[in-house]
Design a protein around this ligand. Structure first.
Ligand SMILES: NC(=O)c1ccc[n+]([C@@H]2O[C@H](COP(=O)([O-])OP(=O)(O)OC[C@H]3O[C@@H](n4cnc5c(N)ncnc54)[C@H](O)[C@@H]3O)[C@@H](O)[C@H]2O)c1
Length: 258
């Protein structure tokens, strides 16, 4: 029943084969979607090469640079979608950034620069991409972003990223309300801790994972592919009645009080 055949899916946020976005891309592909992939460009082209190697087996029909702080690149990304596909069905927003200084020490010491940069990349980018996706989602669509419990409760070392995720989760609700009349659904997956490039910047990620393995109802954390399965579900007609939601894919950790 989970069939994404003929659906055009743009996936952001693949950095390497540990990325959650890579787990999502694989499961969307498995369900039949056509893939477009963006990468974060850097001066030496290392990210481009790495991401190209990783995604090669899925043969994405679009492969473009997209630094979400660069408006021209964001615009060009959606222009590439318009040129190649004409319409977009699925947008996966799977990216975030916070300077290390925003992830340690006193929250009140976070600098204006670190705060603004993190919220621009991690939070504003969702609404900004939705702006470009909206006119391309002519048959309706599904937008999925990634969040974490640290946007709802205080988690040690998550600090600034927690504020960014709180804003992201509220953005999901406002976007769901705006885009619902166009049959565009907007949801977030709140994933349990997974070892990735981004999470290794969060101090004590291994301790967090061990804690979840002891406490979570399923006595383990989750994998990138499990998050990918939930994303494929949210992007499919099976989830046609679901929008504005935060779906916890965290082995049940969120329900525990102690
Ligand atoms: N790993 C976890 O434990 C976990 C848990 C819950 C939620 N998440 C969220 O999942 C998402 C993906 O993170 P991940 O853990 O897979 O790590 P990752 O490092 O693999 O992915 C983060 C991505 O963000 C991209 N990025 C950073 N700055 C960017 C910019 N300016 N423009 C465009 N892209 C930019 C990076 O290139 C990278 O691909 C993030 O939103 C993260 O907060 C992660």
């Amino acid at each position: 029943m989970l069939d994404l055949t003929g659906k055009n899916a743009l996936v952001t946020g693949i950095a390497n084969n540990r990325s959650i976005a890579w787990g999502i891309a694989q499961q969307l592909h498995k369900a039949g979607a056509n893939l477009g992939v963006t990468f974060l460009p850097d001066d030496k082209g290392r990210f481009e090469k790495k991401v190209q190697e990783v995604v090669e087996p899925l043969k994405p029909s679009i492969f473009v640079p997209c630094d979400v702080q660069n408006e021209a690149q964001v615009e060009a990304t959606f222009q590439a979608v318009a040129d190649s596909w004409g319409k977009l069905d699925i947008l996966i927003h799977c990216l975030a950034f916070a300077d290390k200084s925003g992830l340690t020490g006193d929250f009140s010491a976070v600098s204006r620069e670190a705060f603004t940069q993190s919220l621009e990349i991690s939070t504003f980018s969702l609404a900004n991409m939705a702006k470009y996706a909206k006119p391309l989602m002519t048959d309706g669509g599904s937008i999925v972003t990634l969040t974490y419990l640290g946007g709802v409760k205080v988690i040690p070392n998550y600090n600034l990223m927690g504020v960014a995720k709180a804003g992201l989760e509220m953005s999901v609700r406002y976007l769901a309300s705006e885009l619902g009349p166009n049959n565009i659904r907007v949801n977030a997956i709140s994933a349990g801790p997974i070892r990735t490039l981004a999470s290794s910047a969060v101090g004590g990620i291994l301790d967090m994972i061990h804690h979840v393995e002891e406490i979570a109802p399923l006595r383990r954390t989750v994998t990138q592919l499990e998050v990918g399965n939930a994303a494929a579900f949210l992007c499919s007609d099976l989830a046609s009645g679901i929008t504005g939601q935060i779906l916890y894919v965290d082995a049940g950790y969120e329900v525990m009080g102690m």
